[in-house]
Each structure stands twice: as C-alpha cells, then as structure tokens.
Design a protein around this ligand. Structure first.
Ligand SMILES: Cc1cc2nc3c(=O)[nH]c(=O)nc-3n(C[C@H](O)[C@H](O)[C@H](O)COP(=O)(O)O)c2cc1C
Length: 168
C-alpha cells in the first residue's frame, strides 16, 4: 500500500522550498501520494501517514516555523514516521558540513520526543543581494561564501531512500 506523505518546509529565501519540492517530486515518482505545504500552514496531520520536515539553519537555530511545527504537532508526530532535513553549509566542504551537522544535532536534541527515521543536512544557497532585514544589516558578505552549491544528486539520493524508511 502506498504511504500518503506530507512534505512540510520552512524557508526564508526560497532555497529550502526548492529542495522540499524536489524531495516531493521524487516521492511522487515513487508512487506515493504527496502533499507539500509551508510548515506554518499545516493545521492537522490526520490525513498523512508520514511526514518529511525541512528547514534552514540560521545562527545555529532551525527556522522558527519548523520549531513551531514540531511543538504544534507533537502528539501526531509521535504517531507517524518522520524524516527531517536541514539546509545550512554553503560550500561542499567537510569541515562546514561537520559543523552544520553538529548544529542540527543540537537543534534536534531540544525535542528528545522526536525520533526521526532519518535526518540529513544539505548544502544551501546564499545570495547576499537578496538579504532582508535584519540579515541585510549583518556584515555577512565576507563571512559567508556567495553561491548556490546545493547538491541535487545528494538530495535525490536521500529522497529516493525515504519511502522504505518512512514505511518501516
Ligand atoms: C544570516 C544567515 C545566517 C546563517 N546561519 C547559518 C548557520 O548557523 N548554520 C548553517 O549551517 N547555515 C547558516 N546559514 C545558511 C543558510 O541556512 C542557507 O543559506 C540556506 O540555504 C537558507 O535557506 P532558505 O533559502 O530556505 O532560507 C545562514 C545564512 C544566513 C543568511
């Protein structure tokens, strides 16, 4: 039987939304009914058998709407398989990836009741010209590498493994 999956995402500048859309497309191709929604718009998880939640890391925190999603739907999330992903590091660099994974582990440790069937960190995107308040006041231009280094192959690969994990 196919699993009805919700892909919920939070985003500030759109890069996580595009990754969520990609994940949803892979799940759909695998034959699963999929709905994709901003995490903040989801009122109930009743119609879904499994959930994928993705959001970017900002200053060591997961996007606020992802954190709110977890607290709002805590009970329902303990009753279904959940997979989570974060966008963060801006280059395909081992050290940056290790750091972001460490941040994501700390983030997830704040919700010990959540036992994801899978968790992953993907490389993100940074466009200094698109920053809005208060990010546009930060001296980030030099601190963060500009560019889109998202690894679509890695994202596709992870999404391809999800149906088996979400059914387990
Ligand atoms: C102000 C700012 C702070 C950030 N802080 C972190 C961070 O603490 N850890 C991390 O891994 N990535 C960090 N990033 C990178 C973002 O997570 C990355 O750009 C992501 O792709 C943004 O997702 P969005 O386009 O969906 O908003 C930061 C980016 C900005 C602009």
């Amino acid at each position: 039987m196919s699993t009805t999956i919700l892909v919920a995402y939070a985003t500030r500048y759109g890069s996580t939304q595009e990754v969520a859309e990609h994940v949803a497309a892979v799940l759909l191709e695998a034959g699963h009914p999929v709905a994709i929604h901003p995490a903040g718009d989801v009122r109930s998880l009743e119609e879904f058998d499994a959930v994928v939640l993705g959001a970017p890391i900002y200053m060591g925190n997961w996007h606020r709407n992802a954190r709110r999603f977890l607290s709002r739907h805590q009970t329902a999330l303990t009753q279904r398989p959940v997979a989570v992903f974060a966008l963060g590091p801006l280059e395909r660099d081992e050290e940056q990836m290790r750091e972001a994974i460490g941040q994501f582990e700390k983030i997830l440790a704040k919700t010990p009741w959540l036992d994801p069937v899978d968790k992953e960190v993907f490389v993100g995107k940074f466009d200094p010209d698109k920053l809005t308040f208060p990010h546009n006041l930060l001296p980030l231009g030099d601190a963060l590498p500009e560019g889109d280094n998202r690894d679509w192959e890695a994202i596709r690969g992870w999404a391809g493994e999800l149906p088996a994990r979400l059914q387990a």
